[in-house]
Design a protein around this ligand. Structure first.
Ligand code: AHG
Ligand code: MN
Ligand code: MN
Length: 336
C-alpha cells in the first residue's frame, strides 16, 4: 500500500538519522544513483518506442540500440557517480577495469570514501520485447586511505557492503534498496519525478511454489540438480509439488517477483560453464545482501554468496537465491 509521500530521499534521511555519526554522504550517493536511474528510465522507455520502428526488421538499428542502451546506462551512471564526490572508484560490467575517480571529481577529504559496482543494464537483450530490465548496484566503504581508489577497494567480500539495490524499468520504474536495515521498495511517480515508498521492510516467504531456471541447460546440469528440478515438477501431493516455473530471462525481474511472492532463482554452474553466467560483484552480491535482509538465502550451492572473497572484477559464480527453505532444499540435492 502506498504510504503518502514518503519519498526515497525522505526515507534515506530517516535511515541516516538512525546512525548518529552518519555524515550524510551515503544518503547523497543513494540519491545520486536514483537520479541517474531516473534519467536511464526515460531513455529505456523511449528506446522501446524506437524499437517499434525496428519492426521493419532492421536488425542493425535494434542491435545498436541494445548496445547503445548498455553503453548509455553505463555512461550516465559513471558521469553521475564521478561528480557525486563520494566515490574513489567505480566498477561496471561494461568496463574491463575499474575506473579510479579522478582527483578533480573527488570531494574534500575524507569525502570519496565509497566505491560502487554496478550492472548498468541487466537483461538488456530483452529490451526489444519490452520485457523488464534493470540497473543493479553495490556500495562498499573504501579500504585504502586516500586518493583514487584501488583494486583492493573493489575486491571486498559481500558481507562488507554498506548498501545495495536495483532499479527495474518495467510497467513502472521501481527502486529497491537496503543499507542493512531491511529492504524497502519505491515506485517512481513520473508526474512528480519522485520515487515514493511503496513497500517497507519487504520479507520474502520462507517457502514458495515457484522456481526460476533456464531449463534449456538441463542436460549440462549436475545429476543432483537434475534430481532436484525433476522433484519440483513431480506431483507428489505431500510435498507441495509440483512447483510453477517462472523464468523471464532478466535477473532483476525474476529476482523481484520471487522477492515479493517467494521463489527460488537458480543460475548453476554446468558442464560447459562451471561457474555459471552471473557475476559475483554486480549481480550476485547486491541481490544476496537484499535477499538476506528480507529473510531469504543466497549461496553458490555450497557457500554463502556474501562470504566469497572476490579474486577479479568480473568473476562468475553459480547462484541459488530466494526463499530460505527452497534454497536449503536445493543445496541438499546439489551436494548429494
Ligand atoms: P546482462 O544483460 O547484464 O548481461 O544480464 C543477463 C543475465 C541475467 O539478466 C539473466 O538472468 C541471465 O542473463 C539470463 O541468461 P540465460 O539467457 O542464459 O538464461
Ligand atoms: Mn546482468
Ligand atoms: Mn548488464
Amino acid at each position: 500500500m502506498l504510504r503518502k509521500f514518503v519519498t526515497l530521499y525522505r526515507h534515506i534521511i530517516d535511515e541516516e538519522r538512525l546512525y548518529p555519526d552518519a555524515t550524510g554522504q551515503l544518503s547523497d550517493l543513494l540519491a545520486d544513483i536514483a537520479l541517474a536511474c531516473k534519467v536511464i528510465s526515460l531513455e529505456v522507455n523511449r528506446a522501446g518506442l524506437i524499437d517499434l520502428m525496428g519492426l521493419t526488421g532492421d536488425e542493425n538499428v535494434h542491435g545498436e540500440q541494445v548496445k547503445k542502451l548498455d553503453e548509455y546506462a553505463h555512461t550516465t551512471l559513471v558521469r553521475a557517480m564521478e561528480v557525486s564526490g563520494h566515490l574513489c572508484a567505480i566498477a561496471s560490467e561494461e568496463s574491463e577495469d575499474f575506473i579510479p575517480v579522478k582527483e578533480k571529481f573527488m570531494g574534500v577529504r575524507p569525502m570519496s570514501k565509497y566505491i560502487i559496482h554496478f550492472d548498468p543494464l541487466d537483461g538488456s537483450s530483452n529490451i526489444d520485447a519490452n520485457i523488464s530490465i534493470g540497473t543493479i548496484f553495490s556500495v562498499f566503504k573504501r579500504v585504502s586511505s586516500s586518493g583514487p581508489g584501488t583494486l583492493e577497494d573493489c575486491l571486498q567480500q559481500g558481507t562488507k557492503q554498506v548498501a545495495a539495490g536495483y532499479v527495474m524499468y518495467g510497467s513502472s520504474t521501481i527502486m529497491v534498496y537496503t543499507t542493512g536495515r531491511g529492504v524497502h521498495g519505491f515506485t517512481l511517480d513520473p508526474t512528480v519525478g519522485e520515487f515514493l515508498l511503496f513497500h517497507e521492510n519487504i520479507k520474502i516467504p520462507k517457502r514458495s511454489k515457484t522456481y526460476s531456471i533456464n531449463e534449456g541447460n538441463y542436460t549440462k546440469w549436475s545429476e543432483g540438480l537434475r534430481n532436484y528440478v525433476d522433484d519440483l515438477k513431480s506431483d507428489s501431493k505431500g510435498k507441495n509439488r509440483p512447483y510453477s516455473a517462472r523464468y523471464v530471462g532478466s535477473l532483476v525481474a525474476d529476482f523481484h517477483r520471487n522477492l515479493l511472492y517467494g521463489g527460488i532463482f537458480m543460475y548453476p554452474g554446468d558442464s560447459k560453464n562451471k561457474n555459471g553466467k552471473l557475476r559475483l560483484l554486480y549481480e550476485a552480491n547486491p541481490l544476496a545482501f537484499i535477499v538476506e535482509q528480507a529473510g531469504g538465502r543466497a549461496t553458490n550451492g555450497k557457500e554463502r554468496i556474501l562470504d566469497i572473497v572476490p579474486l577479479n572484477l568480473h568473476q562468475k559464480t553459480p547462484l541459488f537465491i530466494g526463499s530460505e527453505e527452497d534454497v536449503l532444499e536445493a543445496e541438499k540435492y546439489v551436494k548429494s
